[in-house]
Design a protein around this ligand. Structure first.
Ligand code: FAD
Length: 299
């Protein structure tokens, strides 16, 4: 099988037994059997069709900023889409391939004097990951600006989904319910004034840097916001800030973040997540559901 995957696609960058800790924002995670870096939608389609035909498990990753890959890693074929990253603007639209950094899409919108994406200026995910998660910040959400999304189905068919068909909710889209791979997205924005757009993006990035431990590896907010509560306040009030497990620590700057302060493993992250959930439930009777996506196998 080794020779097959590598030899079948000599023109596509593919690595074998590659540690995903090189790619995740937490700098943790075990090895992928095979990890491929397609540069185009047609390469992605070819790899998905291959995995389907070979009955190989397929995993799709964007910028790995909302991800914990367990220490046992991922079997089968993993696609990292960050090299499929073209962005075009025309009239009021920004069309971006799924692996493009969402931050680059916000910059392209600003350059074209288009307003509506400013809220996403500092979200470190890819466009595909942002669609998958319905990423949001500072009162804005991807669902409000997406016109349509093109996906590849599990057997490699291209399909275009309207905003309505994606059935966006809080950190949810239908991409989570099917084995679709987002390959591109069209954002419909409004004409605006470039200096104002830039000023708003700068303001939000300043706020973000003052509140979040951006100087450390992390996966952003680990937990969803439970109805009627603020996650950070629950964790703060439970006295958990600064708690360490292995190399993972509950950030003293933002209680919703778990930072990798000293060669943490994914297991350290998992242990910390369970500890926080247990303590917060014991003290306040609130179950914290993870926002971060946890994939792969135990070591
Ligand atoms: C410092 C920091 C700050 C953050 N701030 C915010 C914030 O303000 N708001 C917010 O919403 N999030 C925030 N996040 C979380 C994260 O950036 C977002 O959830 C982002 O949308 C994830 O995109 P990604 O490409 O990194 O996805 P990944 O982490 O690579 O993947 C997340 C999930 O999406 C799936 N996926 C990724 N790409 C695709 C694709 N093309 N097709 C199908 N499935 C795919 C993966 O399989 C996985 O299940 C933050 C994270 C960090 C580290």
């Amino acid at each position: 099988m080794t020779q097959d995957v590598l030899a079948t696609f000599p023109a596509i960058e593919i690595k074998k037994d590659e540690s995903l800790s090189h790619y995740t924002n937490t700098k943790t995670g075990g090895p992928a059997d095979y990890v491929a870096f397609p540069k185009s939608i047609s390469e992605t389609k070819t790899l998905i069709e291959y995995a389907d035909a070979q009955q190989m498990p397929l995993t799709v990753i964007g910028n790995a900023s909302n991800l914990i890959v367990k220490d046992g890693g991922i079997r089968g074929l993993t696609l990292i889409l960050t090299k499929m990253n073209q962005i075009h603007t025309s009239e009021t639209k920004v069309v971006a391939e799924a692996g493009a950094a969402l931050i680059d899409a916000t910059k392209a919108a600003c350059k074209a004097s288009l307003t509506g994406l400013e809220f996403a200026a500092g979200i470190p995910g890819s466009v595909g990951g942002a669609i998958f998660m319905n990423a949001g910040a500072y009162g804005g959400e991807i669902s409000e600006v997406v016109e349509e999304v093109t996906v590849l189905t599990a057997d490699g068919q291209l399909k275009t989904l309207s905003n309505e068909a994606l059935d966006f909710g809080y950190r949810h889209s239908t991409v989570q319910d099917y084995h679709d791979t987002v390959v591109s997205a069209t954002f419909n924005l409004k004409p605006g004034e470039q200096p104002k757009i830039q000023a708003r993006m700068d303001e939000l990035n300043f706020l973000r840097a003052s509140k979040q431990p951006l100087e450390w590896p992390s996966c952003g907010s680990v937990f969803k916001r439970p109805t009627g509560y603020f996650t950070g306040k629950l964790i703060h009030d439970a006295g958990l800030q600064g708690t360490r497990m292995g190399g993972a620590e509950v950030s003293k700057k933002h209680a919703g973040f778990i930072i990798n302060v000293d060669h943490a493993t994914a297991t350290d992250y998992m242990d910390m997540i369970h500890h926080i959930q247990t303590v917060v439930f014991e003290k306040f009777g609130v179950h914290l559901e993870t926002e971060v996506r946890i994939i792969g196998e135990d070591a």
